[in-house]
Design a binder for this molecule. Structure first.
Ligand code: S6P
Ligand code: ZN
Length: 179
């Protein structure tokens, strides 16, 4: 494989290049992670669905020799009192991940068997997620929250773990002390 480059606009958070796959997650995709089902029904009234975030991924290979990067763009918004969030996952293989905030105002919820942490996550914040920590991002601002992440390409993703057990904390508009 030859080296290659992508182009990330650090102001807009737009990323361009070959080898990029863009996926979108909507409120419908998040329906099993949303507690306030009444608020969800209200939001979707008269609408087919609402996009919550997109993830642009570059995975140069699938083995431990490679590194995968993603740029996530999480929209601002609330379902009732709860801020828009990413579905959340733990990596199937206990591998680490780096997160870099590019724009917007967010929080990163991290948890393992014993505890959970909520870290401020905005432009310039570089957060190390050690192996074995599940993670979810929350947009608590008025603009898109854009961030880059990088992990070993064979890490794999376990989403069921989060849907079945639930996240240890929901971030509500009233959680003002956190942001
Ligand atoms: C991947 C990394 C992020 C998330 C993205 C969307 O390891 O943690 O790129 O995939 O922010 O979140 P989720 O939980 O839907 O994958
Ligand atoms: Zn991850």
């Amino acid at each position: 494989m030859d080296p290659f480059s992508l182009r990330l606009n650090l102001n807009s958070g737009d990323v361009k290049g070959n080898n990029l796959i863009v996926e979108s997650k909507t409120l419908f995709d998040l329906r099993y992670s949303i507690q306030n089902q009444k608020a969800l029904t209200k939001l979707l009234k008269n609408k087919k669905d609402i996009e919550v975030y997109t993830v642009s991924t570059c995975e140069p290979g699938h083995t431990a020799a490679h590194l995968t990067i993603h740029v996530t763009r999480l929209k601002p918004g609330k379902i009732g009192e709860e801020f828009f969030f990413t579905k959340g996952h733990i990596h199937k293989k206990p591998t680490a991940e780096w997160y870099l905030g590019i724009s917007g105002t967010g929080l990163l919820l991290l948890w393992n068997k014993n505890k959970h942490l909520v870290l401020p996550f905005s432009r310039g914040d570089l957060i190390y997620i050690p192996p074995g920590w599940a993670h979810r991002t929350i947009n608590v601002g008025d603009e898109d929250l854009v961030f880059l992440s990088c992990h070993r390409s064979d890490a794999g993703y376990d989403y069921d773990f989060v849907v079945e057990k639930g996240a240890p904390k929901r971030i509500l508009a009233s959680d003002k002390e956190l942001f």
